[in-house]
Design a protein around this ligand. Sequence first.
Ligand SMILES: Nc1ncnc2c1ncn2[C@@H]1O[C@H](COP(=O)(O)OP(=O)(O)OP(=O)(O)O)[C@@H](O)[C@H]1O
Length: 264
Amino acid sequence: MAGAPMMTQQTLQAAKIAVNGVTKTFTLGRERFVALDNVSLSIAENEFVTVVGPSGCGKSTLLNILAGLEEPSGGSALVDGVPVSGPGPDRGVIFQQYALFPWLSVRKNVEFGLKIAGVPARERRERADYFIEVVGLTEFADALPKALSGGMRQRCAIARAYAVNPAILLMDEPFGALDALTRVKLQEQLLAAWDREKRTVLFITHDVDEAVFLANRVIVMAARPGRIFDVIEVDLPYPRTEQVRLSPEFAAMRNRVWNAVYHQ
Ligand SMILES: Nc1ncnc2c1ncn2[C@@H]1O[C@H](COP(=O)(O)OP(=O)(O)OP(=O)(O)O)[C@@H](O)[C@H]1O
């Protein structure tokens, strides 16, 4: 499939996230490099969308545009029908490197954004403790990040993103640095939190299994220029249990996505 068609005004307004004909070019010396070429997509409220594709196909650039960290060179990115003009509390961003403050405990890390937002101390503590429980870190609420494993630090980063109550979570390879078992457990925990809290999620990964396991819909991107190659609906039931992961339907879906990534 080539670049997705432009969306109508009506689709743009109904979508939680709408990307309409976005192009992003970078200039390197005298060369102009097209990182994103006419990318259009629409994500409904509370949908979980994953993005896979080869290195350099523009996945992070797309996420950064939605986060308000980069500006498109052409086209528009909209949240609730309003063009993104910078970072905002409606969008929580989680990167591969868990950006925790090393001198603050888990609880203080999770409370941090709430403090900035002026939430009173008692409510801050209650909200932080709730999300620390959601990600299974209650026992470590008073620990410093250095006392946590990589997976636990990433759970803390997820709790921190959830605590400020963003409607949208933008996740760029959040589990990329973790071992396979921790990764699978965090996928399950993330889905459990998503099921409880509901958020609109855009999740970037290199891992086809992860992309299928998490998503309502997988967006497959291609490189040179970065563009949407295919969009695949994942027709598997939630909750996505181990049974789902081991099912022939999951294997078939994974093969489909893998084929799109590999044979593009
Ligand atoms: N600030 C920048 N200046 C110049 N080129 C850039 C910049 N940011 C990204 N690029 C280029 O744009 C292309 C897309 O980069 P991007 O990081 O979005 O890809 P990606 O799909 O996320 O890659 P990966 O999977 O390796 O993280 C790459 O070729 C990259 O070199």
